[in-house]
Design a protein around this ligand. Structure first.
Ligand SMILES: Cc1cc2nc3c(=O)[nH]c(=O)nc-3n(C[C@H](O)[C@H](O)[C@H](O)COP(=O)(O)O)c2cc1C
Length: 269
């Protein structure tokens, strides 16, 4: 969400790539803004079964990104379990440039200070693009450690278009998510986990559609797994299938908790 309400990009802005089990979106942070979202979350705070994470973005017309992230953190910290600074959506012009060290440090400092002013202490994470080069990823992991962030969400959608895509909408502008993102985003997660030397927590996202996919993210370094696009094709029952299959895979390998398998790929090599 963004501080002020905004309409997002003109429709159509969301495309199914059915043959590829993928989605391309260029929504552009359509949302009702901080006040509406804070009120809605306040009404359910403490009454939902799982942790509530809030994804923070900046308004398209904002000239002070730090101020936007800080305003959201201050307003939403009391009703969230974790906050995610999103500087990786491809659909807000200039947003991904905020992944560079100087602006990023400024944003994180301002966001954390604002969270602390709120009196509440939700975890603070950063969500990154899968399209970062190696050096940028190294800089971000170093910055996350320096700034004592609680973790990284890896990853957002990609602006890349793998040659394997066959669906008619494959050339639409926007971020690609779903199955074709799986290997790519898991590779970035694996690399970031190795760079972090076990000192950061990772949320794995990108193309998860099965228990085996979730398990692969965990073995690459994720402590938590998120999915979105696969719900389009698998429906809400998918979550039950994934948790059931993941539990069976963990048991097969002799684990009694997800935490025991986090980063396993790095240990067995
Ligand atoms: C329609 C749509 C809207 C999204 N909006 C956001 C957003 O506002 N903020 C964000 O960080 N990621 C956003 N994402 C990216 C997803 O959160 C996720 O990182 C990405 O889709 C990869 O996971 P998946 O392959 O399971 O979908 C969006 C994705 C889709 C498909």
């Amino acid at each position: 969400m963004t501080p002020k309400p905004q309409a997002g990009n003109p429709r159509p802005r969301l495309f199914r790539l059915e043959h590829d089990r993928a989605v391309i979106n260029r929504m552009g942070f359509n949302n009702q803004g901080l006040a509406a979202v804070a009120a809605r979350l306040k009404a359910v705070h403490g009454r939902l079964p799982g942790p509530i994470g809030v994804n923070l973005g900046k308004n398209k017309d904002s000239e002070d990104a730090s101020a936007d992230y800080a305003a959201l953190a201050e307003g939403l910290a009391p009703v969230a379990d974790f906050l995610v600074v999103n500087v990786s959506s491809p659909n807000t012009p200039g947003l991904r440039a905020l992944q560079n060290t100087a602006p990023l440090r400024q944003i994180i400092t301002a966001t954390r200070a604002a969270r602390d002013r709120s009196g509440a202490k939700p975890a603070l994470l950063l969500k990154v693009a899968p399209d970062l080069d190696k050096e940028s990823l190294r800089d971000i992991v170093a910055l996350a450690r320096d700034e004592a962030l609680d973790g990284l969400v890896i990853s957002n959608t990609t602006v890349g278009r793998p040659e394997t895509l066959t669906s008619p909408h494959r050339s639409e502008t926007g971020g690609l998510s779903g199955a074709p993102l799986f290997e790519f985003s898991t590779g970035v997660l694996r690399e970031a986990y190795a760079l972090s030397e076990g000192r950061l927590t990772f949320i794995g996202a990108g193309g998860v559609a099965s228990g085996a996919d979730a398990y692969a993210k965990i073995r690459a370094g994720a402590s938590l797994v998120q999915l979105y696009s696969a719900l389009v094709y698998g429906g809400p029952g998918l979550i039950v299938r994934i948790t059931r299959d993941l539990a069976a895979l963990l048991k097969r390998d002799g684990f009694t908790a997800v935490s025991q398998a986090v980063g396993l790929d790095h240990r067995v090599k």
